[in-house]
Design a protein around this ligand. Structure first.
Ligand code: NAD
Length: 276
């Protein structure tokens, strides 16, 4: 594949760029994931709540690609937190995906007010020990939530998938992850395409490198060491978003991007989000 991998803290290789399938209907997921696999993506990021694990799984099967060349992530939805409920929800996800194992299983949100994420994570440890997830981790966890897992459970999360883009750079979380060997995976890496990609500074960098603003943003993530999972259902953009391995941003470019951080959160605040 054209996409380099990073090595997670348990030795498992994860492609640094994958395809996210949020807001793709189940019946469109078959086509969209098929297009991504054709374009060279091998890592797919879904979740139980996205409602498209079946379409995703059908596309993986139809591709004819060997299972070991694929990297499949799914996530436990909020209403299924708790030890037993998590084991059951995982079975359902695996069945819908049509797989014998996933590569990465994540707790979707910490839901601190419910105080169930520690028990939930212990179920993920069991799933990993049983060989049904090659790696386990979390999503939307703040450093304080990670501290609790580090203190009360055995397996250091391999990944924390968080909102991260040039206008919301998450310096504190990134530093915490780096100190503890947790890979940072960026969700909404393109800032959901709204506003960010029209920024004049990005137009200049894109012109300088003969690339597009989206490609410049993805390149920034990769050079920071983030895992990225951009989403598009447009074939030309699916191809564009993986065509980011033939140029480099220099220190001045990186400084220009660093200056775009404006604290512009697009999604919910994990400290208070409590839906589902
Ligand atoms: P994104 O930042 O990937 O932006 C996607 C949007 O940007 C597209 O819908 C399109 O409008 C635009 N776009 C894509 N490619 C483009 C291009 N080359 N040029 C111009 N515009 C382009 O946003 P996202 O879908 O929110 O995030 C990506 C993935 O992250 C999701 O699909 C999902 O897998 C994951 N995610 C996870 C969580 C979580 O809580 N863990 C939350 C949100 C998203």
């Amino acid at each position: 594949s054209k996409v380099p991998s990073i090595t997670l803290n348990n030795g498992i290789a994860m492609p640094q760029l994958g395809y996210g399938v949020w807001q793709i209907e189940d019946d469109q997921a078959f086509t969209a994931v098929g297009q991504a696999l054709d374009a060279g993506y091998r890592s797919i990021d879904t979740a139980a709540i996205y409602g498209n694990e079946e379409g995703t799984g059908k596309a993986l099967a139809a591709s004819g690609l060997p299972r070991e060349e694929l990297f499949v992530t799914t996530k436990l939805w909020n209403g299924d937190q708790g030890y037993d409920a998590t084991l059951k929800a995982f079975d359902t996800s695996l069945t819908k995906l049509g797989l014998e194992y996933v590569d990465l299983y994540l707790i979707h949100w910490p839901l601190p007010s419910r105080d169930t994420y520690v028990d939930t994570y212990k179920a993920l440890e069991k799933i990993q020990a049983d060989g049904r997830a090659r790696a386990i981790g979390v999503s939307n966890f703040l450093p304080g939530h990670l501290e609790r897992l580090l203190g009360e459970t055995s397996v250091v999360p391999a990944v924390n998938q968080i909102e991260l883009h040039p206008q919301f750079q998450q310096a504190e979380s990134r530093a915490f992850h780096a100190r503890h060997g947790i890979a940072t995976e960026a969700w909404s890496p393109l800032g959901q395409g709204k506003g960010l990609l029209e920024h004049a500074a990005l137009a200049e960098l894109a012109a300088k490198h003969g690339k597009t603003p989206a490609q410049v943003v993805l390149r920034w993530h990769l050079q920071l060491g983030n895992v990225v999972i951009p989403k598009s259902v447009t074939p030309s953009r699916i191809a564009e978003n993986i065509d980011v391995f033939d140029f480099s941003l220099d220190d001045a470019d990186l400084a220009t991007l660093a200056a775009l951080d404006s604290g512009n959160r697009l999604g919910p605040d994990p400290a208070t989000f409590d839906v589902g």
